[in-house]
Design a protein around this ligand. Structure first.
Ligand SMILES: Nc1nc2c(ncn2[C@@H]2O[C@H](COP(=O)(O)OP(=O)(O)OP(=O)(O)O)[C@@H](O)[C@H]2O)c(=O)[nH]1
Ligand SMILES: [Mg+2]
Length: 473
């Protein structure tokens, strides 16, 4: 059920390739007049009048403007419904000059096409039933994917993964809803069409599925936006040096003056196919300096956002001082976060001292899931050990291609709403509340699940989803 949607079928056009000079550019045209409009400006080399009916072939020819030559191009024709949008569509591959692209677009507009809005091609594909809403959203994720894991996630969502499964479960729920409504119609006759036990079983199955999906959201979100890793510690322990070493560039200022970094410096790095978002922070200490204190407050705020907290300590400090720093941060790290102690500057201490005075007492202080590594950020020692540990902690590499992972915040919200309504349905059934009330909650749950695939959608939702797309997709 598509609520209040606007489905225009006029002919739209846009460049599908990025702006800027390139060897080639692709212009897309879609809509009922697509073939006709292109036929007004394109002449194939083999002058065959039937070319616009010959789909799925490349036609070589030229684009002209009132007899003057604009460019030599390749044109491909897709006939409805066998096209990306489900409409008649044409793609023009021209040379990548911005002048040529603009000239061709102008000609298309003159012939009656209009410029497409962001995501309008994919929106039409959805409205014409070529994709469900979650698959359409995955197209945007696919285009934005910058790592192997993000690509894998988008591909799996495009295949329809959990959305199809949820659609099936929703269809079963819809059946119960219909039965309960039927009972309402026969209220005076005291008949029971909906088997309450089966309905409860189904609600439990859906709730378990939803819980599994919502639990995977933090992983999915990390794949899409990068795993947040917060580098913290006292001033001068080498946090900025570590950031620069991991990124392999001079991103942050390094100096032996305590309190060099004042604001949070963020940058991403892909390691083993996983995007990590590193945050170098202001060193934590007691200070009278107002600006430094503001930076330290930001450090504490960043710790809360991190999936992995890296506490950097200086190997030259006494073991008891290091232990105090660990204890202070352990109080702040939440159970869902990973905590790694990084002992830096090991180039400055002899190996025997490290073993006796540091390794044994520090290991005893750590929790079962905490980890410790010894590095020299300056001399690039054991950095690989640290990055391997980061990859292992995220466990993203253990996610197989077929694992279902939720990465879309809109789906997450829909699922949380569906779970709330289903819980109320279950309570209602257990407490024997009236059918009318159970039906209301059941409808809420159906609505929330339907919103994921777009079985239920409205202009506002669609507008919100497609506005984040590129023009031309
Ligand atoms: N010997 C040695 N020196 C290091 C190492 N890592 C960093 N340093 C030095 O330690 C000093 C402080 O380094 P920074 O990276 O600026 O330290 P920071 O933790 O970012 O300091 P703040 O920004 O002030 O909090 C610099 O002189 C670095 O060259 C290391 O592994 N070995
Ligand atoms: Mg710094």
């Amino acid at each position: 059920m598509l609520l209040n949607f606007t489905h225009s079928t006029d002919t739209i056009c846009a460049t599908a390739t990025a702006t800027g000079t390139a060897a080639l550019a692709v212009i897309r045209i879609s809509g009922t007049q697509a073939k006709h409009i292109v036929s007004q400006i394109f002449t194939p080399v083999r002058s065959n009048n039937h070319w616009i009916h010959e789909g799925y072939k490349l036609h070589y020819g030229s684009i002209h403007n009132n007899g003057s030559h604009v460019d030599d191009v390749l044109v491909s024709v897709f006939s409805a419904p066998h096209s990306y949008t489900g409409e008649d569509s044409v793609e023009i591959s021209c040379h990548g000059s911005q002048y040529i692209v603009q000239e061709i677009l102008k000609l298309l507009l003159t012939q009656g096409a209009r410029l497409a809005k962001a995501g309008e091609f994919t929106k039409r594909a959805y409205l014409n039933g070529k994709l469900d809403l979650s698959q359409a959203e995955a197209v945007a994720d696919l285009i934005a994917s910058s790592s192997k894991a993000a690509h894998q996630l988008a591909v799996s969502q495009m295949k329809g993964n959990y959305a199809h499964e949820l659609s099936d479960l929703r269809a079963q729920l819809l059946h119960f809803s219909a039965m309960l409504e039927l009972e309402l119609d026969f209220a005076e006759e005291d008949v029971e069409f909906a088997n309450r036990e089966e309905l409860q079983k189904l609600a439990h199955t859906i709730l378990a599925r939803i819980e599994h999906l919502t639990n995977s959201f933090s992983i999915g979100n990390a794949i899409k936006n990068g795993v947040p890793v917060c580098i913290i510690g006292e001033p001068n322990v080498g946090k900025s040096t570590l950031l620069n070493t991991i990124l392999n560039e001079d991103r942050a200022i390094v100096s032996d003056i305590a309190g060099t970094t004042r604001d949070v410096i963020e940058d991403t790095m892909i390691i083993d196919g996983i995007t990590f978002r590193f945050m170098d922070t202001a060193g934590i200490r007691t200070t009278d300096n107002h600006v430094e204190q503001l930076g330290i407050n930001r450090t504490f705020a960043k710790i809360e956002q991190a999936t992995i907290v890296l506490l950097l300590v200086d190997a030259l400090q006494s073991t008891s001082l290091i232990q105090q720093q660990i204890a202070a941060i352990q109080q702040r790290v939440q159970p869902h976060q990973h905590f790694i102690v990084v002992v830096n500057k090991i180039d400055l201490i002899p190996a025997e001292q490290r073993e006796k005075h540091i390794e044994t007492p520090l290991a005893a202080q750590l929790g079962a899931n905490d980890a410790i590594v010894y590095i020299s950020a300056k001399q690039h020692k054991n950095i690989h050990e640290l990055t391997s540990l980061l990859v292992a902690k995220t466990q993203l590499n253990n996610c197989g291609a077929n694992d279902i992972i939720l990465s879309n915040a809109r789906h997450y919200e829909c699922l949380v709403n569906a779970a709330d309504s289903l819980q109320t349905v279950l309570q209602g059934l257990q407490q024997g509340v009236s059918n009318e009330l159970v039906c209301i909650d059941l409808r809420h749950a159906l609505h929330a699940i339907g919103e994921i695939t777009g079985a239920i959608s409205n202009d506002e939702t669609l507008g919100h989803i497609f506005k984040n797309f590129c023009i031309g997709k």
